[in-house]
Design a protein around this ligand. Sequence first.
Ligand SMILES: Cc1cc2nc3c(=O)[nH]c(=O)nc-3n(C[C@H](O)[C@H](O)[C@H](O)COP(=O)(O)OP(=O)(O)OC[C@H]3O[C@@H](n4cnc5c(N)ncnc54)[C@H](O)[C@@H]3O)c2cc1C
Length: 470
Amino acid sequence: MTETIAGNVFQQDAVDELAAQLTGSVFTPDDPGYAAEVTGFNLLSQHRPLLVVAVADPADVQATVRFAATHGLPVGVLATGHQPFPLAEGFVLITTGRMRSVVIDAAGATARVEAGGVWGDVVDAAQTAGLTPLNGSSAGVGVVGYVLGGGLSPVLGRKYGWAADHVAAIEVVTADGRFRRLTADTEPELFWGMRGGRSNFGVVTAIEIELFPVSDFYGGGLFYPAEQAETVLHAYRDVVHSAPDELTCSVALLNFPPLPQIPEMLRGKSVAHVRVAFLGSAEDAETLIAPLRDIGPALIDAIGPQPYSAFAAVHQDPTDPAPYEEASTLLAELPAAAVDTILAKVGPQSGGAVTVVEVRHLGGALSEKLPGSSAIAARDARFTVWGATVGPPEAISAGAELLNSLIEALNPWTTGRTYQNFTSREDTADSIFTPDDLERLKDIKTLYDPANLFRVNNHNIVPWTARREV
Ligand SMILES: Cc1cc2nc3c(=O)[nH]c(=O)nc-3n(C[C@H](O)[C@H](O)[C@H](O)COP(=O)(O)OP(=O)(O)OC[C@H]3O[C@@H](n4cnc5c(N)ncnc54)[C@H](O)[C@@H]3O)c2cc1C
């Protein structure tokens, strides 16, 4: 095979030579395993790379990065595909699904997770030692992408902060093919920038994260009929207004498709779903969520004491891959007028074109910037609003349009930025980071990846062209 990409001749011999160096596998578009390798959680985002390298160890990553640099090809990374980016082609894709080991250091309260590790595996391993990571709502989300994009835990975030601020070490292969182990003491600038810059500076082969002594919580979900959405959203405002950091509460307006795997009571219905997680007693939790209980009986009441391993019951995210488009914003506040805007755009009368819109409460430790904090810039926000429209491409455009118009209508209350983990557009680095942090990130990019090798499947931080000497 001979392909010409942007003037580079790229030959089968070179691919064979690369494959011979690897423990993992190489796939070209004609190989039977290629389609499965480029398919992630979001079925809208099936990239068309020239080559996929399913890496098995850090040496594979080094060989692949050097190969791509030699041939002038950009590099992208894919773990689970939970964060959809616009389709790309003409690049080398590194997939990390074969590197999934998780090792718990109970005495040090840390976990070392390889690049393809997912939260379900880490929680299960950590819980055997009575510890837990700052994981997200879904067991299937990848650890590295989540942590380096911020890491908003729906159970522990308000109490302990962003997962990106609780990283002990990052093992990474940079654009020069070098393997580096980064901590706050070795290469502190790159260590800071990786926690926000993600795949802009290299391919992470493993990450060491802090664990916390939590083995249970009180919470779960309440489902109310869509007709009560207005009452539910305003009661939600009352609850979060004075919530202690131990309480995390979010609310979603959901339009369930009429699919057999949805419980009959919810199938084809529109509902308001309140998610609750409290680190404390049942009695205290019930006092705090009383305004929600006062609404009346819920369609489903699944709130109660939970082992931490049941964390996914709080949001009940879908676990099967599906095509979807998403949009989000960060709000500095959630006044009644913002709730009314959400209801007017995507409330029960809107016809169900948007599958889900959720509001998550931030604040607490998520607002703190401590010495050694990461480049995460959502600390001034008090709420995220995120939505998705699920369905085949031809069916989701109306929902995606409505969702975008909701995000625009929330502009009066936005911080002006978006939360990286909830943002699928590539060209948004300036809406993710503060201007000062973006300057600093560009300096790091210029130092470690001046040719912008890592520019695919990420929120690209473009190196300074006029400041190559940095
Ligand atoms: C159902 C669902 C629930 C979610 N819940 C939460 C939540 O509660 N809190 C939250 O904060 N986020 C949440 N997210 C968002 C999620 O954290 C991001 O989408 C995250 O980027 C997913 O990482 P991934 O590896 O699974 O996905 P991928 O799409 O495979 O990777 C996402 C990006 O991470 C980077 N990346 C992945 N692996 C590496 C690597 N080895 N080296 C360098 N860069 C790498 C790449 O830039 C890649 O584009 C959720 C998403 C979904 C779909």
